[in-house]
Design a protein. Structure first.
Length: 294
């Protein structure tokens, strides 16, 4: 379905990424877009959960300037793969230059929401496709609002009010790719946090099922003994499995020049693997700061 987002003086034509979720914004050139068009892009993002703009040509400075329309650009916890001179631009890549990797490889594989281990997780994630494999490496985004609405009133009542304990230290010690032991400085900079399982979107009050994998250690209040903790984690796993059913998931097949942004306040996402012995993949990732979930 194609609709129009009203801007002044023009309008942006959009097309759903999947029924009821996301929007592809048509015929928008971010490099030359005026203030009214950019305001329309931001408005579409807040309303749709994810937006896609194809055929963009943007340098790192333009990417940083664009993401600033959504809020203050966020720093990255791991900074060894940020672009020199552009600290807000993080490189995802399997390329190795002069014996050193130029980016993080297989980062983001596993259903999660970015920066969930921080008191104020990032509001949005933007990926810009520089180099794309011919097959594989799709990005999947799950619609937490649709999943919440699909629950029965009884299920909603049981879940609303629960909190999850998130730990960056636990995540980095147990993740499948990029596992590492943190320095004491990194541990101190990333203390454990608690966030609601059901998150309210500040733009319009819509609710989203908001579990995650990787960072969650237990359901708060269900950690008095190992059996209770296991029961809580089983609940989280069941909710992630429910949320990531095909009916709630948009699968993005990348093209060079794609700008894909998703709203971390109401979605989960995951990367997928590809033949990294045959293909190269290079993406630029940027974040905009968020606020405390409620």
């Amino acid at each position: 379905m194609t609709t129009a987002v009203q801007t002044k003086p023009g309008q942006i034509e959009t097309r759903e990424l999947k029924p009821g979720f996301g929007a592809e914004l048509l015929d928008v050139d971010l490099a030359s877009a005026d203030a009214a068009t950019l305001a329309g892009v931001v408005d579409a993002f807040h309303r749709h959960g994810a937006i896609l703009l194809r055929d963009q040509t943007l340098d790192p400075g333009q990417l940083t300037a664009f993401v600033a329309n959504f809020g203050e650009p966020e720093d990255h916890t791991q900074r060894q793969f940020t672009l020199p001179g552009y600290p807000k631009v993080f490189v995802l890549s399997n390329r190795v230059v002069d014996g050193k990797p130029i980016g993080a490889h297989n980062d983001g594989v596993g259903w999660h929401t970015d920066y969930s281990y921080k008191p104020e997780p990032v509001m949005c994630t933007m990926l810009y496709a520089v180099e794309v494999p011919e097959e594989g490496s799709d990005t999947l985004i799950a619609d937490g609002c649709a999943a919440w609405n699909a629950l029965s009133p009884e299920q909603q009542a049981r879940l609303d009010g629960l909190k999850l304990h998130h730990s960056y230290q636990y995540f980095m010690a147990t993740r499948e790719f990029g596992r590492q032991e943190l320095s004491e400085e990194m541990k101190a900079a990333n203390p454990d946090v608690e966030h609601p399982l059901i998150r309210t979107h500040p733009a319009d009050g819509r609710k989203a099922l908001w579990p995650s994998t990787g960072t969650v250690t237990h359901v708060v209040g269900m950690d008095k003994d190992e059996a209770e903790k296991a029961q809580g984690l089983k609940l989280v796993d069941e909710l992630v499995e429910f949320l990531t059913q095909d009916q709630f998931v948009y699968r993005h097949k990348w093209r060079v020049g794609d700008v894909l942004m998703w709203d971390n306040r109401c979605t989960l996402h995951t990367g997928t693997l590809y033949d990294d012995t045959k293909y190269f993949r290079t993406m630029h990732r940027l974040w905009a700061k968020g606020d405390a979930p409620y």
